[in-house]
Design a protein around this ligand. Structure first.
Ligand code: PA5
Length: 467
């Protein structure tokens, strides 16, 4: 049966790496721990704690997003997503992968898909620019926050709400939509009080696992992306990722293999290197997923472990000219996963004219596609890594479409979930992130957080080594 996604981890094994990778017998020995990890996660799912498994089945949520998009006035040509972390990286990955490249930069014309903008950070320079380029009459602002109170998102919301009220008066109400917890949090309360349209993030779905909830689906629907295709691909992959044998479950094999390379062979770094520009933001989304889920001070039994792998997002061929030297010859502490697509959406053929023929340095390129060049660069990179017995695997999409992307996202979510018990940690909490949020509140003098101010570092210029 052909799948929209093929995972090839042969380059992580002794078949390619010799003594630097696990043998068939070692891989077979992964099975009991992998089964235990799966059972731990599925037991939590069955208790209703892990809603991300069920998101591909939630057609009603998808339909509500599509209905909202259809009902938007034709004059609205832009949605700005106000959110950070899991509330922004997922929708941005969907948009980068599935929308026409550079769409946000094309001159606006009737009938074009709506563009999405992701200021993401609370950088005032970016925020000022977003306010300048977005006509209040033509823009909707989607405020996304699971907790409802993240400072960066709250700041964006407060700035935008006042800006719109000044520009549109009472009509500002129709230009703000809130995506948040169904009951709790400041955003839910504010949305109720102001009469803003709302979408729910299921209570049992955390930020970095929320891409297939309205967090990702609403912006995707507004941009005219194939929301149902995304869920179809996700559902098919989710079902594959429930098999209890790493030989047939791609997420379980990926999690086991990366965990083995880390804890047995000393390779804590995982590079996800996209050889398709459209997938770079998916690699960036994975960077958060893998890091925030698995980097933990304490194991689930309370012992201090200070463990976790380090994910790196890279772009091929660009990073061949930036990072590859390190990956090929530096410390043997990395596993590289190439992210690519069998079929590219379009090809640009390099002309075979007089200029091309004028020099040896150009001649071999004549009549070839730029995609062919990129594929050759990919093969060359895999070759140089494998030749030095450096682990390199491939995640290949049949093409970059909604179904393949849905499959990819769920593969990486399930692999992350299963890696949690392999590392002995809870992949669904983020105490370190929450502590940093509380310290930022203390730094801003928020009531109730005064005690924490003592944990803040001195301001720059006060320490003993100031030069
Ligand atoms: O994955 C997570 O839980 C975090 O990265 C959150 O998404 C991020 O901190 C933003 O939180 P919130 O959606 O509550 O504003």
């Amino acid at each position: 049966m052909s799948h929209p996604l093929t995972l090839d981890l042969t380059g992580l094994t002794s078949a390619v790496l010799g003594d630097h990778g696990p043998s068939d017998a070692e891989i077979r020995a992964f099975a009991p721990a992998a089964r235990d990890a799966l059972a731990t996660i599925l037991a939590r799912r069955d208790k209703g704690e892990l809603g991300f498994f069920g998101l591909p089945d939630d057609r009603a949520a998808a339909r509500a997003c599509l209905d909202y998009a259809r009902a938007l006035p034709p004059a609205v040509d832009t949605m700005v997503v106000l959110g950070i972390g899991g509330s922004s990286l997922g929708p941005r990955a969907l948009y980068s992968a599935l929308a026409r490249p550079m769409d946000a930069l094309r001159p606006r014309s009737p009938g074009m898909p709506r563009r999405l903008l992701f200021p993401d950070n609370a950088d005032p320079v970016t925020m000022r620019a977003v306010l300048e380029v977005c006509d209040p009459e033509r823009t909707v602002w989607n405020v996304v926050t699971k907790s409802g109170g993240t400072a960066e998102t709250a700041a964006q919301l407060l700035v935008v709400a006042e800006h719109l009220e000044r520009a549109l008066g009472a009509r500002a109400r129709d230009r703000i939509v809130a995506t948040t917890d169904p009951e709790g949090g400041a955003l839910r309360a504010t949305a109720r009080a102001r009469g803003w349209k709302t979408f729910d993030i299921p209570p049992n779905v955390g930020g970095r696992f929320s891409v297939l909830s309205p967090v990702g689906l609403l912006p995707a629907a507004v941009a005219g992306l194939d929301v149902m295709g995304l869920l179809d691909g996700a559902r098919a992959m989710r079902d594959r990722c429930l098999a209890d044998d790493p030989a047939t479950n791609p997420a379980l094999l990926l999690a086991s293999m990366l965990h083995h390379h880390h804890v047995v062979r000393g390779r804590p770094m995982v590079v996800l290197m996209a050889y398709v520009d459209a997938l770079f933001d998916t690699a960036d989304w994975f960077r958060q997923l893998w890091a925030e889920s698995l980097g933990k001070e304490k194991a689930t039994d309370g012992t201090v472990v200070e463990t976790g792998p380090t994910p790196i997002a890279a772009r091929g061929a660009t990073d061949q000219h930036s990072q590859l030297q390190l990956y090929v010859e530096g410390p043997r502490d990395k596993v590289v996963l190439m992210l690519t697509a069998r079929q590219r959406e379009t090809e640009v053929v390099i002309p075979d004219g007089e200029l091309t023929k004028s020099r040896d340095e150009y001649r071999y390129l004549g009549g070839r596609g730029m995609g062919v060049l990129l594929d050759a660069e990919l093969r060359g990179t895999i070759g140089s890594l494998a030749k030095r017995r450096r682990p390199v695997g491939t995640v290949e999409l049949a093409r970059v479409d909604a179904a393949s992307l849905g499959a990819l996202l769920v593969l990486l979510e399930c692999a992350t979930a299963y890696a949690g018990p392999l590392y002995g940690v809870d992949p669904f909490d983020q105490p370190g992130v929450e502590e940093a949020k509380r310290l930022a509140y203390a730094a801003l003098g928020r009531t109730g957080f005064e005690e924490l101010a003592k944990d803040l570092p001195p301001t720059v210029g006060k320490g003993p080594y100031v030069l």
